[in-house]
Design a binder for this molecule. Sequence first.
Ligand code: FAE
Length: 542
Amino acid sequence: MAASTAPSERSGGTSRRRFLIGTSSIAGLSLLGLPGRAAAAAGPIGNGAHVPVLIIGTGYGGSVAALRLAQAGVPVHMVEMGMAWDTPGPDGKIFANTRTPDYRSYWLRTRTKQPIVNFLGFPLDKDVPRYTGILDAEDFGEILVYQGRGVGGGSLVNGGMAVTPKRARFSSVLPSVNAAEMYDVYYPRANAELGVNEIDVSWFDSTPAYQYSRVGRKHAQRSNFDFLYVPNVYDFDYMEQEAAGTVPKSALAAEILYGNNHGKKSLQQTYLARAKATGLVTISALHRVTSVSPASGGGYTVVIEQLDTTGGVTATKTVTADRVFFAAGSVGTSKLLVRMRATGKLPNLSGEVGKGWGDNGNVMCGRANHLWDPTGALQSSIPTAGIDNWDDGGAFAEVAPIPTGIETWASFYLSITDTPHRAEFTWNAAAGRVELNWQASWKQVSIDRAKSIFDKINRKEGTIYRTDLFGIYKIWGDHLTYHPLGGAVLGKATDNYGRLHGYPGLYAIDGSLIPGNTTVNPFVTITALAERNIEKIIATDL
Ligand code: FAE
């Protein structure tokens, strides 16, 4: 019922930490006998290279690891299968608009795969040239898993909703992790580094761009649900300037799913910028790790394919690394580890590898409002409102935009739900690929939980569900997830800090550690957990 800010605790407390890191950085450099900032070689990794630390992937987990290792004086090489996303296309922009997807929008597809497939009976997808674009809609048969591809991982494409879960719920997700430490130290640190900020409620109340959220708030409150203003990494001061017409528009020009050209603090602007500024971090973009195995002289042999923008392999490189961090995301890390175990490259990995995968209970739906209740032609693409019915109905719903540029009279929601179902990645030797045994029917639990909110709102408002967004007469967007989690679960496939059982020097440090659900949007938790784990690893392993 009450309107409140989401429970994120972001007190400072980082200055002493920065000092300590600064000190250990100097110590680390002299221990390693390295010439400081000149230590990292420029350019993509070369065949035959030997690096102290190789990080697979440049999303949240990988970026945290890179920054903290570099600050401790350890040179780091990051390998990213997607593009660098630092060069404008022919239209002068780096990223494509959601209203006009083009070659930049999808990872190696010849046709877009938009989360909302239909609008007013018309299919939305269209042909695009095959390209190493920014959004991957990876198809596992019974579920489509959306992921960001490029330097910055999911931070390039996501909604920026930066939610710290309620403390009471955290321990049900990760019982082996000291919650007091997380909420006193690592969540505040993650929020500060990510640049999380909150919307000015008086502006929220007055701007046309959030009329859709105000309608969402009104309907939630009239049905006695808890309504939250959700923090975000999009700079709300910038957004206010967009509304005033003084800066180039991004959130107010429907940019989000295929990247934001302005305003959003993706990892490129935060962790990765700071990591690169140490001079000790190098990134090879359009490089995909295909194999990790113990090297005869110690450390690990890593095989990497260099890609061109059509996905073709232009070179295969073999390098050695003393330590390897798997930060390829829940799906990327799980696929690599499962394949390495099954094909004898890393046969001693735990039987738990591949297990505990979940979709964070994602399910989408739209509601059709009355004609006197418009949601606005101008909709900020950055969601900043949520409805919390977790304790009573097992659902947390974000009030999401449909930034079509026309009035739709639709309210749109992405719900995160409490679902018991967990899938497993396995190796199909005959097909030569990793498969996921998720079943489409498992989404019924998520639908039922989401209905705990929207059936009630519909009853109260005298409204109905939209049936045109996910097909013809299909209410629920239950074919996808934006929030893959698990596959190398903390305390199961790894120890309590992400060290992979069976192989000293191999770590998982991304969403694969989290067992399938975070009760809210996941990236703040992924970041905070990575902060916790890398601190321990630097202190004890390096
Ligand atoms: P991730 O960010 O996925 O990074 C993994 C990186 O590894 C990627 O860049 C891959 O390209 C790369 N990679 C994979 N395999 C390889 C390989 N073999 N070799 C080299 N590189 C590889 O992992 N979360 C929120 O909290 N709030 C939101 O508002 C939100 N909205 C979202 C909207 C969309 C459309 C999507 C797709 C996701 C959204 N998420 C949101 C989820 C969030 O972005 C996701 O949980 C994190 O990005 C996961 O972080 P990781 O570090 O696990």
